[in-house]
Write a protein that binds this ligand. Sequence first.
Ligand SMILES: NC(=O)C1=CN([C@@H]2O[C@H](COP(=O)(O)OP(=O)(O)OC[C@H]3O[C@@H](n4cnc5c(N)ncnc54)[C@H](OP(=O)(O)O)[C@@H]3O)[C@@H](O)[C@H]2O)C=CC1
Ligand SMILES: O=C(O)CCC(=O)C(=O)O
Length: 485
Amino acid sequence: MANAPVFQNYINGEWRGSSTGDTVASVNPANRHDIVGIVPNSSRDDLESAVAAADAARTSWRKLAGPARGQLLYKAADILESRIDDIAETMTREMGKTFGEAKGETARGVALLRYYAGEGMRKVGDVIPATDASALMFTTRVPLGVVGVITPWNFPVAIPVWKIAPALVYGNTVVWKPATETAVTAAKVAACFHDAGLPAGVLNLVIGSGSVIGQGIADHPGIHGVTFTGSNAVGKRIAQAALARGAKYQLEMGGKNPVIVLKDADLELAVNATISGGLRSTGQKCTATSRVIVEKEIFPAFREKLLEKIAALKVGDGMEASTWLGPCASESQMETVLGYIRKGVEEGAELLCGGERLQEGKMADGFFVAPTVFDRVTPEMTIFREEIFGPVLALVQAENLEEALRLANDSEYGLSASIFTRDIGSILTFIQDMDAGLVRVNEETAGVELQAPFGGMKNSSSHSREQGTAAIEFYTAIKTVFVKG
Ligand SMILES: NC(=O)C1=CN([C@@H]2O[C@H](COP(=O)(O)OP(=O)(O)OC[C@H]3O[C@@H](n4cnc5c(N)ncnc54)[C@H](OP(=O)(O)O)[C@@H]3O)[C@@H](O)[C@H]2O)C=CC1
Ligand SMILES: O=C(O)CCC(=O)C(=O)O
């Protein structure tokens, strides 16, 4: 602890500790003795300073031309790219995903910054014919003002960047509260913006607990829009707080994503995609495959291949090149996952593999759970219904496509879903009848393209979309202009 590096909040263009001096340690989930950094446990006073700085900066930032704001994002992208190894390593040490995945995610952050930098030069309105022939009517867009960004630990670079970059390029200033779990990664991302020359106050980072800083953002009258990714329980509280004071909000929350495998599927492809979609990042993606619904004729062969391939996966520290599956992001996340596994057994599902904490050798100091597969899962079971956010797959047999779709749609969530089949009729039925914001054919459920809208149906989101051309809808308001000469 004594030698651990110290990271600070970034407020009004300066690095500052919490006003109370309070700190917490960010711990490596692959080795609890490895302290990645000491970060502030900020107070409401720190949040007040950040909101005041964002408010003071917002007029001059809004008045800067879009292309000039874009140029600063291009610079931040170049800096992030030049630090990719350090930031990816920090991410792996803070939340456990493998170094390869962390590097891929950081590269996605670079691409996101460049995409939104380009937005600074794109059109923001339309000319609409007025009933008065001598008048000019058009729409333009204005920023919301100060945007509060509350982000989770599972994508500590990509999710913050896909919120912060559009917020900034469309002229908002930002107060960002990252997950405490990945606060060191967040500080390193904020440093890229600072070093790019972003004016003071335009981006502010406040590290602290969800109940103090997160809730403080949701409640703050000086914050005009709140964007959040995380659990449903917290998302709902944020929505209620924002609605109560008339602020705009956007929520991206859980998933219970199904993959449907039909009898004519390419078995190898379907099994590989189920493993990749369900177990990469240790199952800690809102788009992770969680329910595996397989047509009965192909079920035994699918299950055998799945188990054979899962048995070969190497679990370990994400910094080791041979590791395929890292630890859960924290001890509490591991306990949650183990709790769901116990529930699965108690409620009568058949445990085919995994199901336990791994503690051999160096793994004893980390939060590792063996990749787990349950068979004979039924829709009443908790593991069929609730988001687990861990390396757990629930297998269900279906008579045919109709039953598979009924099972797949039997969920409060509707984020992503896939089907594996070669039959065009089945593909079209799936596209039409699957209630999910992201439907994929012969591809895993996870994997979001930054240039396309992303979001869920039902309880998976606030019915809004992020990324691609959808981002402008949240981060701006339309102003209709009527000019009579
Ligand atoms: N959709 C997704 O991508 C994600 C889904 N989840 C789901 O949520 C479960 C729990 O994970 P957890 O990390 O606790 O998720 P949370 O929803 O608690 O955390 C997400 C973010 O919200 C903050 N937060 C926590 N409480 C509040 C609050 N009252 N007001 C405002 N912000 C708050 C957190 O801060 P702090 O870091 O201080 O806790 C973090 O920055 C997971 O098992 C998974 O099912 C989790 C992460 C991402
Ligand atoms: O699948 C992805 O690439 C993104 C998933 C995501 O947004 C999340 O897990 O929160």
